[in-house]
Design a protein around this ligand. Sequence first.
Ligand SMILES: C[S@@+](CC[C@H](N)C(=O)[O-])C[C@H]1O[C@@H](n2cnc3c(N)ncnc32)[C@H](O)[C@@H]1O
Length: 401
Amino acid sequence: MMIDPTARCPKWLIGHMIERGGSISFYEYMDLVLNDPGNGFYSTGRLKIGKDGDFCTSPSLSNDFARLLAVQVAEWFLNLEKGRIDTDLFSLVEIGPGEGSLSRDLIDAIYEIAPALISKIELVLVELNVGMRERQEKVVENIKGVNCRWSNLDELSLKPVTGVIIANEVLDAFPVERLVFRDKKVFRQGVSLRKIDDKYFLSFVDLKITTAISQFLNDSKSLLKVEFPPKDICNEWVTEWHCDVPIWFRKLSKVLINGSLLVVDYALESKRYYNAMRKSGTLISYKNQEANTNLLKDAGFCDLTAHLCIESTVYYAITNGWKFMGEARQGQALLALGLSKFLYSLQNMNNNDLSTVLDRRESLLRLVDPMGLGEFRWLAFQKGNSKDLILRNRFLEEPIS
Ligand SMILES: C[S@@+](CC[C@H](N)C(=O)[O-])C[C@H]1O[C@@H](n2cnc3c(N)ncnc32)[C@H](O)[C@@H]1O
């Protein structure tokens, strides 16, 4: 078998793989290289988000993303206030806050839009990785007027909250199962250790599918409106299954009593996802702003990310007690929340600061670029036990011109 010389196995992973008999599933590999407490890209805090980091997310471009999203978030809080809900405290929960800037900028923007709300809001950050949490602590420590705490879903489910939950570009970092269709058979992709001249390398290996994968494939027709294997696939067709997403929705449904959840992520309709043309799935690695399809290169020093499938995400939410309120592409959602007003306002800015004006304009355009962040999907869900609660989804309305 050919070995890829760039797929060196890092020292810390060698022992782990030997302990596991030389092979682990791709799911375990992705989880380890991102989240292993001592060595993962996220957990060590090695990864940096932003223009000078490994990759950009919408909030990392400028605070305009948060200011626009705040129009929707403030609306939902105001709706909750009107909805005769029995609570004095609303929670803004951010899952996977990365650098922490979205939470900080959202609170600042809510303060501008609806200052009276601020005294009724607490900020709750749910972060899996210590290295990222340490950076978030420094960013949110200066937020004034709002109590901020970190928690996890198990802890929150013991004392559920009412409010708004945001998950921006988090589900795409959840480890996925990789499935390989070859010679009319299906395999669970694994990663195996190879030793050549005292050096250790990683390579892909076929493993037996699990009962859960087999169930996913059997359910695919009702779940995705797609049958496996899709028509006309090539002899080595690879795809993914976001097996942790149903578990996440189940846990999250116990966290929220009344309110909304907004998931923003790379996502595709099942027909575009599970398609003969997409023969290697959607997984990609990022480092220093460069995308790479070699998923075994620089293990623990790259981000790995996989798109969501819209139909299965919505299905997993609904079957776990969430009501689906609707979805839109980010470009459309931000225009509906007033992005064009932000662009026009740049004309009145002081031209002495031309480079600031141009930077801001570029960031705004990147947020709606249909070839980039504008193609992200906003998926909104609701939970509630109050019949008086009506949540207005401004992001689904006609754009403000
Ligand atoms: C791609 S970053 C997105 C950061 C931020 N939301 C943004 O848009 O800039 C993913 C973040 O989610 C965190 N994360 C990954 N899996 C998680 C999980 N299961 N629960 C909570 N946080 C998680 C990572 O540590 C990281 O902070």
